[in-house]
Design a protein around this ligand. Structure first.
Ligand code: G6P
Ligand code: ZN
Length: 544
């Protein structure tokens, strides 16, 4: 096979973060930049690995060019078989579904998730392994090491593959199949949920829903499943067409960025349920009528009700949440007598627990929820879960959450983000706080007295691997908690995330304002960590 060996030199900063390599588009467009990372993936795979791959992205700017580069490089690196979503589109959960269904050796996801796209926006690339999940830390470390040692990459001179026509073609010795991005995923959803009950619900005149695809990848999935298969009225899915710049929007499903959804929910039309997903379709935000459902609560409610859904009738083996996620789900797990694991931030940590059969369900405060049906979080799946629970209980979302709080108590939760902070200042803040952890217990901050404080370290119970430095936790005697960490997904400066949660069991105090309820903790955080002193900011940029 005629391959070209192209000389290259390592680029700085190709260390994958929480979720793969994410950089500005302009950085990816430097000659050799993408090629180096792709070659590093092939070099890091075990000998003979990478022969059958699923490739797709969220349709953002540079997606198609990147896919053509990957096709040529994969063929030159000995890949025999590649599946690509038509138009170069595949949601992240769909990639995971296809890797598992086809028994592929892995997949490459092209996305910067919820970060803006377009020529001035972000691009990203992530490798998923044979289980369909994001590469483990050991694999991402090997990719990074390989990226530092490159002196050449392999490619070939083949013509571009037409990404818009379904069917097979050959690129050197590799068979490339352009497939329908939705069909296999939709079939998996049908196997998990009660589609007849969902159809009845979605065709009910008094149950209108609105799904905001934010001009990102879930548009075609949501239209095909909610409107075409389940019969929700046309127009249920808004911003359904994936666009390279997401229509100029920021495809992050939260109350700020999903502004159109929020406006519609608060408008004249009586929507019973609203939802949005992010750039690559793995995140979700769900709303009841006039009611925002915090992702931590969503995980707890799903855990309490999952057995109602056909795919989960055998029950939930166990659950997991990322450490900064509130402890609402822990109480449900305890009541059900199932294990609850606390992992570092990042979906990759859930994979081993699922592969080992220890958990069925997991989630994060960062709008991620998922189950062992795939090895990624899954936005549309979470929406279908909610709808199926609503159909099964014949109760609106709001009533379901309220009765959940009555039974288990409520964990008031909020995350404050300080974005694009000077990286040196942010690290100084973390270093100083880390240095003071041992002296914190016993100290009083307003009404809160510190009970314990540590730097979270996780030992994977399946393979024994240890991940250190995963966030600073401060637990108070009244069971309130503050967590400090630096984001691993930002592309400019540092993002400081401060997570607050405070459990409340008093049935008369379950409907209070979250920010007001947590205000005394905000003051405590600033006092103990010097947030304003280090960052120069008096208020966070984003509050979720
Ligand atoms: C991505 C990952 C999640 C993670 C989130 C925030 O969506 O898939 O697992 O929780 O980013 O990560 P960060 O490091 O920015 O807090
Ligand atoms: Zn995402």
């Amino acid at each position: 096979m005629p391959t070209n060996r192209v000389s290259t030199r390592p680029f700085e900063g190709q260390k994958p973060g929480t979720s793969g390599l994410r950089k500005k588009v302009s950085e990816f467009q430097q000659p050799g930049y993408l090629e180096n990372f792709v070659q590093a993936i092939f070099n890091a795979l075990p000998p003979g690995g990478g022969r059958a791959l699923v490739v797709g992205g969220d349709g953002r700017y540079y997606n198609r060019e990147a896919i053509q580069t990957i096709i040529r490089m994969a063929a030159a690196n000995g890949c025999q078989r590649m599946w690509i979503g038509r138009g170069g589109l595949l949601s992240t959960p769909a990639v995971s579904c296809l890797i598992r269904k086809f028994g592929a050796e892995g997949g490459i996801v092209l996305s910067a998730s919820h970060n803006p796209g377009g020529p001035e926006g972000d691009f990203g690339i992530k490798f998923n392994g044979t289980n369909g999940g994001p590469a483990t830390e050991a694999v991402t470390a090997a990719i990074y090491q390989a990226s530092l040692q490159l002196d050449h990459y392999l490619t070939c001179d083949s013509e571009d593959v037409s990404l818009d026509r379904l069917g097979d073609s050959m690129v050197e010795d590799m068979v490339v199949s352009v497939i329908d991005p939705v069909a296999d995923y939709a079939e998996l959803m049908e196997s998990l949920f009660d589609f007849p009950a969902l159809s009845q619900l979605l065709q009910h005149k008094r149950f209108r829903i609105c799904f905001d695809a934010m001009h990102a990848v879930t548009g075609p999935y949501a239209k095909a499943i909610l409107e075409e298969r389940l019969g929700a009225p046309e127009g249920t899915v808004i911003n359904a067409e994936p666009l390279p710049d997401f229509g100029g929007g920021h495809p992050d499903p939260n109350l700020v960025h999903a502004a159109e959804l929020v406006a519609r929910m608060n408008g004249d039309e009586p929507f019973a349920f609203g939802a949005a997903s992010d750039g690559d379709g793995d995140r979700n935000m769900v709303l009841g009528t006039g009611f925002y459902i915090n992702p931590c609560d969503s995980l707890a409610v799903l855990t309490a009700n999952l057995h109602l859904l056909p795919g989960y009738r055998d029950g939930v083996a166990g659950v997991a949440r990322s450490m900064p996620t509130s402890r609402a789900v822990d109480r449900v797990a305890k009541a059900k007598g199932i294990p609850c694991y606390e992992t570092p931030t990042g979906w990759k940590f859930f994979g081993n627990l699922m592969d080992d059969g220890r958990i069925t369900l997991c989630g994060e405060e960062s709008f991620g929820t998922g189950s062992s049906h795939v090895r990624e979080k899954d936005g549309l799946w979470a929406v279908l879960c909610w709808l199926n629970i609503i159909a099964s209980r014949q109760q609106p979302a709001r009533a379901i959450v309220r009765s959940h709080w009555q039974r288990f108590g409520r964990d008031y939760f909020s995350r404050h983000d300080y974005e694009e902070v000077d990286a040196v200042a942010a690290n100084q803040l973390m270093d100083q706080l880390r240095g003071s952890l041992t002296s914190l217990p016993g100290q009083r901050f307003g009404e809160h007295v510190v009970a314990s404080a540590d730097d979270f370290s996780y030992t994977d119970p399946v393979d024994g691997s240890v991940s250190e430095g995963q966030g600073l936790r401060v637990l108070f005697e009244d069971d309130a908690r503050i967590v400090f960490r630096l984001s691993g997904t930002g592309t400019a400066g540092a993002t400081l995330r401060v997570y607050y949660d405070r459990p409340q069991r008093d049935p008369a105090r379950l409907e209070l304002d979250t920010q007001r309820t947590l205000a005394s903790l905000f003051a405590a955080a600033d006092e103990m960590a010097g947030i304003s002193r280090h960052t120069g900011r008096s208020t966070p940029d984003v509050i979720t």
